[in-house]
Design a protein around this ligand. Structure first.
Ligand code: ZN
Length: 438
């Protein structure tokens, strides 16, 4: 007998054929999907389970994969506004230095990851100062996390030296590499904040362990100008020169690229995480998504932190990714909803090296899935579920979230921890967060 049977579902699988199963049933056993079919097959009618959940005709789909986040920055949401990236970062770092400890990082991580989870993101790639605390928050919430040691040449939080970052990155890997819910990575901040030598060392550690290398890249024109001045190169050529591109690299942003840089990303099979809301709000620009898509780059989607884009909403990020590509190219078919839904699901799994277990609903894969309410005024009638998911649905439609078959959000409520307690602690911290910039 299976553990869970979901019945009466409109299943959007996000598999290679964009398959949709109407009146579908899905069985889950030991955290894996064991059956997936239309109810009116004789095999499906015989399915039974310890727990049967009627989906009431609502959509069942894979959990979203947020490929770029700084969850704990939720502590500083709305604190630094109307500044371009470089001036904005200067202010952000002052506030972070004044406030961040392992404990406050945990509080902020819970806030940010809870927002992700309630929005339907079951896996998040996160870059932050105390990654063990991000992992603790993710585990308390019951979600999947990809993170690891960061690298930063300027005086960072806690006055760490480069040697400290190296040992922290190695220790993180050793502590978490055997945990299926943690996907370890090495995350240097960017080529304008980390020297080529230290970037190369970060990459060699990632390669030694066979894990991901993730960094910010080509986010603003000012960054491109800075790298040109310092190294007489463009950002992507600079990364290529030091052999930092490749299938296990994830570059966040990639807004300012020329044709050669797009080719370099495509040829090296480098993954890109788009962050349209953050790029718009900081006035950074609009990524050449259609050109990157046509070049064959594995495009994924992220929200960035709540201090830049002010929310961690993958639904908004999907809608903006698709809408901006159409608007920028003045072509209604520049990008379609199916392509964008894949960016937020299976393409993220590919970038994480987990396409065999995450990113789509298929037999044998992990049961990471969400229920999306379509019994409401903005969903009826519903002719095309995938178009609806990208352009009509929103995070408030996500009612239930499962990770490895565990029911971690039930009827919009988090089950893993007492979120009200975390809210109370953050409210108590708020005056000192505000005072940090006064
Ligand atoms: Zn970022």
């Amino acid at each position: 007998m299976d553990d869970i049977l979901i019945t009466d579902a409109l299943i959007v699988t996000c598999d290679g054929n964009h398959s949709i199963i109407e009146n579908g049933v899905m069985a889950v056993n030991n955290g894996k999907i064991t059956a997936l079919e239309r109810f009116n097959t004789s095999a499906a009618k015989k399915l039974t389970a310890k727990k049967i959940i009627g989906a009431n005709g609502n959509i069942v789909m894979p959990g979203l994969i947020n490929m770029h986040c700084h969850a704990a920055d939720s502590l500083f949401r709305g604190l630094v506004e109307n500044l371009p990236l470089e001036e904005w970062l200067g202010r952000v770092w002052i506030a972070e230095k004044a406030i961040l400890t392992p404990e406050t990082t945990y509080l902020g991580s819970v806030l940010g990851l809870a927002e992700n989870l309630l929005s339907g993101s079951t896996t998040v790639m996160d870059m932050f100062w105390y990654p063990d605390e991000t992992v603790r928050a993710a585990k308390d919430l019951g979600m999947r996390i990809s993170t690891g040691g960061i690298f930063f040449d300027l005086p960072g939080i806690g006055g760490r030296s480069h040697e400290n970052y190296v040992s922290e990155a190695r220790n993180f890997y050793k502590s978490h590499s055997s945990d299926d819910s943690v996907i370890p990575a090495i995350l240097p901040h960017g080529s304008y904040t980390v020297s080529p030598q230290n970037l190369s060392e970060a990459k060699s550690i990632a390669d030694e362990y066979g894990i991901l290398f993730c960094t910010h890249a080509a986010e603003t024109q000012a960054e491109q100008n800075d790298i040109k001045t310092r190294y007489d190169n463009s950002v992507i050529r600079h990364l290529d020169k030091y052999k930092l591109l490749g299938e296990t690299s994830v570059l966040a942003h990639c807004v300012h690229l020329d044709e050669t840089e797009i080719s370099l990303l495509a040829q090296s099979k480098t993954n890109v995480a788009l962050n349209p809301m953050s790029n718009l709000k900081l006035g950074s620009g609009i990524a050449p998504v259609k050109a990157m898509y046509q070049a064959g780059i594995n495009l994924t989607i992220g929200t960035d932190g709540a201090i830049s884009g002010n929310d961690l909403d993958m639904w908004l990020a999907m809608r903006l990714t698709c809408g901006l590509a159409k608007g920028l190219n003045m072509e209604a078919d520049a990008l379609n909803a199916e392509q964008v839904l894949h960016m937020a699901t299976i393409n993220g799994a590919k970038a994480l090296g987990r396409s065999d277990s995450l990113g789509s609903l298929e037999i044998g894969k992990n049961a990471d899935f969400i229920l999306v309410d379509i019994n409401n005024s903005h969903s009826i009638p519903l002719f095309d579920p995938i178009t609806h998911l990208v352009f009509g649905a929103g995070r408030s439609d996500v009612t239930d979230v499962f990770v490895s078959g565990k029911h971690v959000v039930e009827n919009k409520k988090i089950g893993g921890l007492d979120i009200e307690k975390i809210h109370t602690k953050v409210r108590q911290l708020a005056p000192s967060i505000k005072a940090s910039l006064e």
